[in-house]
Ligand binder design. Structure first.
Ligand code: ATP
Ligand code: LTN
Length: 337
């Protein structure tokens, strides 16, 4: 019998300093939907190579990311968690999709423009990043792609590429995926600059991001230094000048799952911004401490982690490999029998 549950796929780079933006904008939503869907979660190590990496560190961070995702609640009995480079169809079919991808579509991507502007020499892999991401999604016929707001454009490009392939080869081969963006915390902003998205590749992580694996004292310190304003009013607001307070309230709202009115009621008796920061920090610390503890425990058994990842890769390949074979056939390659 065919399984009609929606298929979900998302990815995360195994780069350091996973922060509450990644957690609230993406990972937490992966965990929440697990029971009712077919889930694929991919640690995208090939994407991580689009900027130069230290090999030993990348390997360590890939295992650490797997441990973190399990610690956040990804359940290997319900979800297929795997490392991208373990399923060779991803790299292989990216080449195939490259052959129908107009260069201009990639040059228009906001993330490419932002990241390439900061670099002296821009690597081809950085430009091609969204094509690899498109294949991550299309290989699994994913219907839903839960991501933070910054990745919406890449999912839209995936749809355009899928459509283009289907048109050129005159068949409905690829499924059109939908981005699923959370309504709260889709874009958690930096504590030091609330007009910039909290980013793990920021030059100054201290005071900017709230890493999930940071200890409580450091988190308190980061919140204490968070940029606010001189209005001295605890309120949600679209005003860029008040973005700092808005961000703190948004983080609190996302963690507690409360409505805006309930959040404001919680802070009605707060003694100024200092008190607001202290209470938001305490709420964040309570939520992430168990994750940090579970992560530490999982990291003590790398053999077990590798076993779980090998199982995930095998399960993922069972979906991806046949799809890659069909793609080759459609494109006119001789597929060995
Ligand atoms: P970088 O900023 O270094 O590119 P990143 O922090 O965006 O990295 P990724 O691994 O690229 O991390 O993203 C993992 C997931 O986290 C994606 O779904 C992304 O949309 C989401 N995400 C990243 N930053 C934020 C943020 N500040 N707020 C909400 N979601 C976010
Ligand atoms: N580009 C994404 C990571 C990513 C991804 C994916 C997300 C790679 N492949 C497939 C969703 C689906 C990022 O930077 N956050």
């Amino acid at each position: 019998m065919t399984d009609h549950r929606p298929r979900v796929l998302s990815g995360i780079q195994p780069t350091g300093n996973i922060h509450i933006g990644n957690y609230l904008g993406a990972i937490r939503n992966w965990v929440a939907g697990q029971a009712t869907k077919i889930n694929f979660f991919c640690i995208v190590d090939l994407h991580a190579l689009t900027v130069p990496r230290d090999p030993a560190l990348l390997r360590q961070q890939t295992r650490s990311m797997a441990a973190l995702l399990f610690a956040c609640g990804i359940d290997p009995a319900q979800s297929i968690l795997f490392v991208q480079s373990h399923v060779r169809a991803h790299a292989e079919t990216t080449w195939l999709l490259n052959t129908v991808t107009p260069l201009g579509w990639l040059q228009r991507m906001t993330q490419f423009k932002d990241k390439s502007a900061k670099q002296e020499s821009v690597l081809t892999g950085l430009l091609d990043y969204p094509v690899l991401m498109a294949m991550d999604i299309l290989l699994y016929d994913a219907d839903e792609v839960p991501v933070g707001d910054d990745q919406k454009q890449h999912v839209e490009l995936t749809r355009d590429l899928a459509q283009r392939f289907n048109t050129i080869y005159e068949q409905e081969f690829f499924v059109m995926p939908e981005p699923v963006i959370p309504t709260v915390a889709a874009r958690v902003m930096g504590l030091d600059d609330p007009l910039k998205k909290m980013s793990k590749s920021s030059d100054h992580i201290r005071g900017h991001a709230v890493p999930l694996l940071e200890d409580a004292k450091e988190i308190e310190r980061s919140f204490k230094r968070a940029v606010t304003d001189s209005y001295n009013e605890i309120a949600f607001s679209d005003d860029p000048e008040r973005a700092g307070v808005n961000n703190l309230l948004g983080i609190y709202q996302a963690i507690t799952g409360k409505s805006q009115a309930e959040v404001l009621a919680d802070f009605a008796n707060a003694r100024g911004y200092g008190d607001l920061k202290k209470r938001v920090a305490a709420t964040v610390i309570d939520a992430i401490t168990p994750i940090r503890e579970r992560h530490a425990k999982l990291m003590t058994d790398p053999g077990e982690l590798d076993r779980l990842l090998a199982m995930g890769a095998e399960q993922a390949a069972a979906y991806a490999e046949p799809k890659a074979q069909q793609m080759k056939e459609i494109m006119g390659l001789v597929v060995p029998s």
